[in-house]
Design a protein around this ligand. Structure first.
Ligand code: SF4
Length: 261
């Protein structure tokens, strides 16, 4: 396993819940949903940020790889790993390095969801499942954003983020991400079905863009040139300058390749 893997652990309340995720989170943890969740989780008081402190334990493992070639439908990383996706190859074209990561919010929320399913409490199960999907997406979003901010201090930037199973990148490529990232250190394993365990986990990649002539190039968004009108995963921002946040946000929240529960 690559020795340069780094691991980040953080408390869920420190996550900056922003944008669409923040709105849905607030709706689910306040009012009648919030009361139901507190009853379900045996939590007293009403501090929504602390509501899931004991249930959500975010951890992330990442490594940086040199990009040897990108374009024409594939990306070759150092060590000979070849990622097959036309859209990803265009996103990473021109980048010299990429960040590969695996993130999770841990096993506890899985167990809670399983117990609710076993007792046929479908609406409670849905509520906790949805909270888990929002939490893992917000965690990965926060990591991507923070890395981009760090890069900008060095005249670099981050590309859009891709996960196996997203857009034209086959879920089978999940194995390649796991071959590069030390996921065991954060307790995430890849099942033969290619789903991750714990379920609320996300793997992915984004490139590091270098400034040219003192200027950072526009970040490429393949959705702006795509004719798949019915795609639910579209990231719809028109330009880097129009919305600097667009590359950080998936509009289909989920985990394990993006379940839209
Ligand atoms: S619209 Fe959908 S299919 Fe087209 S590039 Fe974006 S994510 Fe991929």
């Amino acid at each position: 396993m690559n020795q340069s893997t780094s691991v980040i652990e953080s408390n869920f309340p420190s996550l900056p819940l922003t944008g669409k995720g923040r709105g849905e989170w607030k709706r689910l943890v306040s009012g009648r949903h919030g009361r139901r969740l507190r009853r379900l989780l045996h939590i007293k008081g009403d501090e929504s940020d602390r509501l899931f402190h004991h249930l959500i334990r975010p951890r992330l493992s990442f490594t940086t790889k040199k990009i040897e070639a990108a374009g024409s439908g594939s990306v070759t990383l150092e060590g000979g790993v070849v990622l097959e996706s036309d859209k990803l190859s265009k996103v990473l074209e021109g980048c010299r390095r990429a960040v590969c990561f695996v993130a999770t919010i841990g096993h506890k929320i899985d167990r809670k969801i399983e117990l609710l399913a076993l007792s046929h409490r479908c609406s409670d199960e849905y509520l906790v499942d949805r909270i888990g999907s929002l939490a893992i997406e917000e965690y990965v979003h926060a990591f991507h954003l923070e890395m981009a901010q760090r890069f900008r201090g060095r005249h670099q930037d981050a590309t859009m983020r891709f996960s196996p199973g997203y857009c034209d990148w086959p879920l089978e490529e999940q194995e390649k991400i796991f071959s590069m990232v030390d996921s065991a250190r954060i307790g995430v394993s890849l099942l033969p079905s290619l789903l991750m365990k714990p379920r609320k986990s996300v793997s992915g990649i984004f490139g590091i863009v270098e400034a040219e002539g003192g200027r950072l190039p526009d970040i490429y968004n393949p959705c702006t040139q795509c004719e798949e009108c019915a795609c639910h995963e579209r990231r719809s921002t028109l330009s880097h300058h129009g919305d600097k946040d667009h590359r950080f946000r998936f509009y289909r929240f989920g985990s394990n390749g993006g379940d839209d529960s």
